[in-house]
Ligand binder design. Structure first.
Ligand SMILES: NC(=O)c1ccc[n+]([C@@H]2O[C@H](COP(=O)([O-])OP(=O)(O)OC[C@H]3O[C@@H](n4cnc5c(N)ncnc54)[C@H](O)[C@@H]3O)[C@@H](O)[C@H]2O)c1
Length: 471
């Protein structure tokens, strides 16, 4: 067993892999200038008000200030002002009016997924830097429009791919660059959403294909971007299978929502939203404005996304990936392995039988979103198993960081708002091309399931896959 400190490891990695490192970040938005950056936020839901709202106000007020908040729901806008802690910030129900009025330096997009493109394209056309939550968008046509606007604009589109900055994921990237297992030839990646977190997508707008593009976009965009970044190449072809066999119409009873549901006592998925004060203030109190129901029934007939997905991806550098996503697992976690010419690197998270601990699965996701709490039974390490071909296995105990998306949220924000690049050479900052390549895998997978054939990435937009994505 090896107990390497992170510092030892980085020293070893940079000595081995310095020649392969690429310097710089596509962002650089915050570098230079003494004036505070003027921020506007569009989409004052849970992610907007917390990470892109309160977290920024509490930690970056020395370099940035909120000059506008926008949402189509006036009740959520009022809540956002007080929750974020900017009671005097101007609020707008119309994005164009906000942009024309407050002269922002950065637009932050945290709306429903299928609306991101509108705010991205408008910002780029107006020459305003914009950062968007994943997925960049939900269709090939919208993706092409964003790519076109980004090419023409003097402003930057920054993707909020926070997973890239996560401690475990960064460590894996360093090991791959260092050549620990030689040239990577294939990757096995399985992601498990538990019966609480997985079900939550089917309660919300995410369960409607038109809104979130299916979880192949909404959720897997994170995973596809990690794969693209680790592998360092662009995807060229995707073949996928998917089904909806658990949620939606796959139950004997259904209702409109959990609140007041006559089947509450018989439904293992019943969720009492009234126990969560923020959920009540953000959504239930503002339902009368837009009719959006946050505790929708997971058995609603209208649900039309997949709840099990298997995706094969071929890359321009010939790496191939076997990926899967399930949404009703007894536990939340993943298994991940890189196969290289010299050996294999693998890791996992959340598997109760390996941890020898059965955690309360209902609390895990809440803690993931929290910027201050750890989770996963207070484990001390993520284990990474490295085994060379014909050699013995070695267990590398990486300090367990899980809060705020494996610790990635604040590191990414430091890069965006302070221009501080934590790991120069790892290319953690991401731009419109990264955003596009992640969603194009999801869109190709969705089309592949619908059409029953492999789909080439080149069929979808005019972007040409590159063997080295940073070339
Ligand atoms: N990176 C991450 O780890 C992470 C985590 C959670 C959510 N997200 C992303 O954040 C985004 C928001 O998710 P959420 O969970 O906060 O959803 P949410 O439903 O809580 O919030 C979305 C908000 O957008 C508003 N909205 C919808 N259409 C609009 C429009 N046309 N103009 C202005 N406002 C509009 C809604 O009224 C709502 O207030 C999503 O894109 C999601 O993928 C990312």
């Amino acid at each position: 067993m090896t107990n390497m400190t992170r510092r030892d490891f980085i020293n070893a990695g940079s000595a081995l892999g310095a020649g392969a490192l690429l310097a710089g970040s596509p962002l650089g938005f915050a570098i230079g200038g003494k004036r505070k950056k003027r921020l506007v936020l569009v989409g004052t839901g849970v992610r907007g008000t917390s990470f892109w709202g309160q977290f920024i106000r509490e930690n970056y007020s020395d370099v940035a200030e909120f000059v506008g908040l926008c949402d189509i729901n006036p009740g959520r806008l009022e809540f956002a002002k007080s929750y974020i802690g900017v009671p005097d910030c101007p609020v707008f129900e119309n994005f164009d009016e906000m942009i024309a009025t407050v002269n922002p330096d950065l637009v932050m997009v945290t709306t429903v997924d299928n609306t991101h493109d509108e705010f991205i394209v408008k910002s780029l056309n107006a020459g305003i830097n914009v950062v968007t939550e994943k997925p960049m968008t939900t269709t090939a046509g919208k993706c092409q429009a964003i790519v076109g606007a980004a090419r023409k604009s003097s402003a930057k589109l920054i993707m909020g791919f926070n997973y890239r900055y996560g401690d475990l994921f960064t460590r894996l990237k360093e090991m791959l660059i260092a050549g620990d297992i030689g040239e990577v030839t294939s990757v096995d990646f399985n992601w498990y959403l538990n019966n609480y977190h997985g079900a939550s997508y089917f309660r919300r707008w995410h369960g409607i294909r038109e809104k979130g593009g299916t979880l192949l976009l909404h959720k897997s965009a994170h995973h596809f971007d990690l794969l693209n970044w680790w592998i360092g190449s662009d995807p060229v072809e995707v073949h996928a299978y998917g089904g909806l066999e658990h949620y939606g119409q796959n139950n004997q009873f259904r209702s409109k929502r959990c609140t007041g549901c006559p089947h509450a006592d018989n439904c293992e998925y019943y969720w009492d939203i009234s126990k969560d004060e923020k959920m009540m203030k953000l959504y239930v109190a503002n339902e009368h404005f837009d009719g959006y129901i946050r505790d929708g029934c997971i058995w609603r007939n209208e649900i039309d996304i997949f709840d099990k997905m298997a995706v094969q991806i071929k890359y321009a550098n010939d790496v191939q990936v076997a990926y899967s996503l399930t949404t009703y697992s007894p536990y939340e976690g993943f298994r991940l392995a890189f196969n290289g010419r010299k050996g294999r690197l693998e890791t996992w998270e959340g598997v109760p039988s390996l941890m020898e601990v059965q955690e309360d699965q209902s609390k895990l996701h809440e803690k993931e979103m929290d910027q201050s709490a750890h989770t996963k039974a207070e484990l001390q390490y993520h284990e990474i198993i490295r085994q060379s071909n014909f050699g013995k296995f070695e267990r590398i105990m990486n300090p367990f960081v899980r809060k705020a998306h494996w610790g990635g949220d604040p590191i990414m924000m430091d890069e965006i708002l302070r221009g501080q690049v934590a790991n120069p050479g790892l290319n953690q900052g991401s731009d419109y091309r990264d955003g596009a390549m992640a969603v194009l895998i999801g869109i190709a997978a969705r089309q592949s399931i619908d059409k029953g054939r492999a789909v080439k990435i080149e069929e979808l937009t005019d972007l040409k896959p590159r063997e080295n994505k940073w070339a």
